[in-house]
Design a protein around this ligand. Sequence first.
Ligand SMILES: Nc1ncnc2c1ncn2[C@@H]1O[C@H](COP(=O)(O)OP(=O)(O)OP(=O)(O)O)[C@@H](O)[C@H]1O
Ligand code: SF4
Ligand SMILES: [Mg+2]
Length: 412
Amino acid sequence: MGANGTDTSAASVVLAARNLRKLFPIRGGVFSSHVGDVHAVDGVSFDVREGETVGLVGESGCGKTTVGRLLLRLIDPTSGHAFYRPPPEALARIDALYGTLEALATDEASKGQGPELRSTLNELDTFAQQYSIYRRSLRSVQELRSKLQIVFQDPFSSLSPRMMVKDILGEPLEIHHMGNRAQRQERAAELLREVGLNTEHLYRFPHEFSGGQRQRICIARALALRPEFIVLDEPTSALDVSVQAQILNILRNLQREQRLSYLFISHHLSVVRSISHRVVVMYLGEVVERADTEPLFRRPLHPYTQALLSAIPIPDPELKRERIVLSGDVPSPAAPPSGCRFHTRCPAVMPICSKVVPKLLEVRAGHFVACHLYPTPIGAGTSMGTLPDRPLSMESAEAPLTSESGPSGTTS
Ligand SMILES: Nc1ncnc2c1ncn2[C@@H]1O[C@H](COP(=O)(O)OP(=O)(O)OP(=O)(O)O)[C@@H](O)[C@H]1O
Ligand code: SF4
Ligand SMILES: [Mg+2]
């Protein structure tokens, strides 16, 4: 159940990211040759269901925007897929195939089993041809683009200063050959009403609006083509708190009315908590924890998530929470640490951590963690190491992951 009171656990999957990987080449030297790669996104998997908001959090540079851009196919991945509306049985089979690939890659006994590897890859390829957004023809990508939209952090720079609102909202309709001029104008007026503005605003330029109103126009533009999924990349970070609340309400209402799905990227953990059904936590290009919002905020399991959430101030002076200050700087994504990428800063680090990459395992129903402290499901009688399993307060104020309020080494 999400913070906005709806249960989306049984809803159909709009997008399923599987093993998404994006390396950006680093060039250097006089010949500008390839000298390395930035591991921006490295094996990221999660689902976005119909009518659901997935919050995506993590320090600056951990790969959040890159994930958003990959899911909209604004960039292509180095490897991996985003499956668009895969039927449940197809997705189950896809996951089984990825499981087989992982087993074949790690199991010594199965190394050299070429035929099994080939048949697994072939079957995966067949699913990719049917459902992966990266396998679509140019024409069908354009069709898909109308269903997948984005709203950026800075509403001013994302609106053309020379266009009136009626043209800003009419442009996507014109590009997709939808309606005649009068119909587009009518749709533009309808869109403004949906975001709480009115028809007189049609004839104004972006500079004639406040920051909050401009963000409403950006949301209206993203809605123009009746999308199914919107990436909201820090959509309220540039706004003051009361305007933020209005924008969040508009987003919630639109979601309810139109069954929209959102990927909500933000440094503001309390905002993420208030709007998300589920939360994905990233560190240096990888997913380290993934769960429904309330279980994650009440009882974060991964040491990194615990440190992030410990920075949220509690308004009640009677309540105390130990702030976990991480030592060391965030390592470079061009040379991520071996084993668990968090081992250079983890307060609970163990000898195994620098050697073996922890798998993202389901340790409680719907709660996934990649950490050697949780080798088996919690409650299955395993020792969980020495990590303090601290429940966090329900109430929290605004806590951006800035260098002042986030873990040490955080940049905004
Ligand atoms: N086009 C690009 N070329 C090279 N490197 C890139 C490119 N885009 C992103 N990166 C690098 O990939 C990593 C992830 O960047 P990304 O913008 O996804 O992070 P983010 O989590 O959105 O950060 P922030 O919270 O600051 O917005 C960073 O190290 C960034 O420098
Ligand atoms: S795997 Fe080890 S280093 Fe990584 S988060 Fe868990 S305890 Fe810390
Ligand atoms: Mg970003």
